[in-house]
Design a protein around this ligand. Structure first.
Ligand code: DHB
Ligand code: FE
Length: 293
């Protein structure tokens, strides 16, 4: 059977992708940020999964106001990097895992979550920047991502957006789906976006370090409590785009300690925790939680 071995959390920012693609990672502004991802990259090399289930948000790239799925699962064989206005990022095409994605769609929909099934979709910085940060940038000699990826897009752009509670419960359903797949795959689930940031209006540039730190503490130790946080608190405390953080709860809900029959020994191990301000307009957070063996 397949198994979720770990969850990885990271912010995304288009400027991070541009810094990588343009060779600026060692510049004074960017160096502290990329140094903080070195441990995560080493960890990923040592814990390479068979598949990454990557929870992210599209930024009106594949979807638009014409069409707004709350939860969309990618069931395709491949996904092209999107053109976000400056041409697509020079990164590999993302290879999917249609068999596992189809199984998860079947199982999760039967568990009463109404997913949108997507057979063709381009993926924007919400997905490609976390891949570059955690896997490292693929070289021209080996131009492919290290494993297949199932993109799972969440609407956090246009209200109404899903609640933290709904996201945590969805993660539990995804875990159950993965565990009933009949191949022995090592699956990681990633929750991306956030941390505090606001890109528009009079509060543009808002960052809230204390709130972000508490959010990370609660992600580790009390996710059930965190799931009760209302949207308005994300917006008030973490800015209008801080709501991207509800996606972290999907990944967190899939961890062992929230499964039926969990014990004190099911608690995740914190393999890495990192926080840095600023990256463009965003506070960047990164967390790696491992399930006990
Ligand atoms: C920025 C952050 C985002 O999450 C995003 O989607 C676009 C831009 C920024 O900080 O510039
Ligand atoms: Fe974003």
């Amino acid at each position: 059977m397949a198994r979720i071995t770990a969850s990885v959390y990271t912010s995304h920012v288009p400027a991070i992708g541009a810094a990588i693609d343009l060779g600026k990672t060692q510049e004074d502004y960017w160096k502290p940020l990329f140094s903080g991802y070195e441990t995560g990259k080493q960890w990923f090399k040592q814990h390479k999964p068979d598949v990454v289930f990557l929870v992210y948000n599209d930024h009106a790239t594949a979807f638009s106001l014409d069409f707004i799925p709350t939860f969309a699962i990618g069931t395709a064989d491949q996904y092209q990097p999107a053109d976000e206005g400056w041409g697509p990022r020079p990164v590999p095409v993302v290879q999917g895992h249609a068999d596992l994605a189809g199984h998860i769609a079947q199982s999760v929909i039967q568990q009463d979550f109404d997913l949108t099934i997507v057979n063709k979709m381009d993926v924007d910085h919400g997905l490609t920047v976390p891949l570059s940060l955690v896997c490292g940038q693929p070289t021209p000699e080996h131009f492919q991502w290290p494993c297949p990826v199932i993109p799972f897009a969440v609407n956090v752009v246009q209200y109404p957006v899903p609640s933290g509670r709904r996201c945590l419960e969805l993660g539990k359903a995804i875990r159950k789906a993965v565990e009933t797949f009949d191949q022995p795959l090592n699956v990681q689930i990633w929750g991306t976006g956030g941390m505090s940031h606001q890109l528009q209006g009079p509060r543009a540039g808002l960052i809230n370090k204390a709130w972000d730190a508490q959010f990370m503490d609660d992600m580790i130790a009390q996710p059930e409590h965190l799931a009760n946080k209302p949207h308005i608190e994300y917006v008030r405390e973490a800015g209008s785009e801080g709501i991207e953080l509800v996606m972290w709860l999907i990944a967190r809900g899939a961890m062992d300690d929230l499964a039926p029959g969990a014990t004190a020994a099911s608690k995740p191990h914190v393999a890495h925790r990192f926080y840095h301000v600023p990256a463009s307009n965003t506070a960047v957070g990164h967390l790696i939680l491992e399930n006990p063996n």
